[in-house]
Design a protein around this ligand. Structure first.
Ligand code: GRF
Length: 194
């Protein structure tokens, strides 16, 4: 990973697979006055990700990775990330699991946002499981990525109360709003230690 000089901007690659609302929000945050963050590259494993439209809209480069041959794809991706001098990777709705090798290369420099109060509900359908278990709260977590799924060190979490008539959809909508606040906060929190 490229070393960061104290005064440099922090170059970020955001990895997505779908809608990209977190991506859009991170872009907006990074373009604020005095921001230390710059979104340099949008990476997706899915050329049809709706979120890729933000590449065009905000004039950010994009890279589609084909996952047929993981080792080869990740090697190409690593080269590209080096070329773009990326300091930090933000996963935001990225639905592929990165290899151990890739994660080790960027050790401590990959963040993810997950829609649950980790360590509860790793993986998919988090809100559905929280409602089914009659939990009082769901929420979201920004954490470092390690080689075990949704298990890296927690950076920040936000609780969201589960309402009586919540469906997983209504709950997901409220949690997503909180995700948009939490991810930028988490970036600021870790940026001093990069
Ligand atoms: C979010 O709920 C995030 O927590 C999860 O995937 C969803 C991505 O949403 N990892 P979006 O693509 O950012 O709108």
């Amino acid at each position: 990973m490229i070393k960061l000089n104290g005064l440099d901007k922090i170059n970020i690659a955001v990895f997505i697979s779908g809608k990209g609302s977190n991506l859009k929000n991170l872009i907006k945050f990074s373009t604020k006055k005095k921001s230390r963050f710059k979104i340099i590259l949008i990476v997706s494993n899915n050329s049809k990700s709706i979120g890729l439209k933000y590449a065009k809209q905000f004039k950010i480069k994009k890279k589609i990775i084909k996952y047929r041959d993981i080792k080869n794809s990740e090697n190409l991706l690593i080269k590209r990330l080096k070329k773009e001098k990326i300091h930090l990777i933000c996963l935001a709705g990225f639905m592929k699991i990165l290899s151990k090798r890739f994660i080790q290369k960027f050790d401590g420099k990959i963040l993810n946002i997950h829609p649950s109060l980790l360590p509860k509900y790793k993986g998919l359908n988090t809100h559905k499981r929280a409602i089914k278990n009659k939990d009082r709260y769901s929420g979201c977590t920004v954490h470092f990525v390690n080689s075990r799924l949704d298990s890296g060190k927690v950076i920040l979490q936000k609780k969201v109360k589960i309402l009586k008539n919540d469906s997983s959809k209504s709950l997901a909508k409220r949690v997503l709003k909180e995700e948009h606040i939490l991810y930028p906060k988490a970036l600021v929190k870790i940026s001093t230690n990069l």
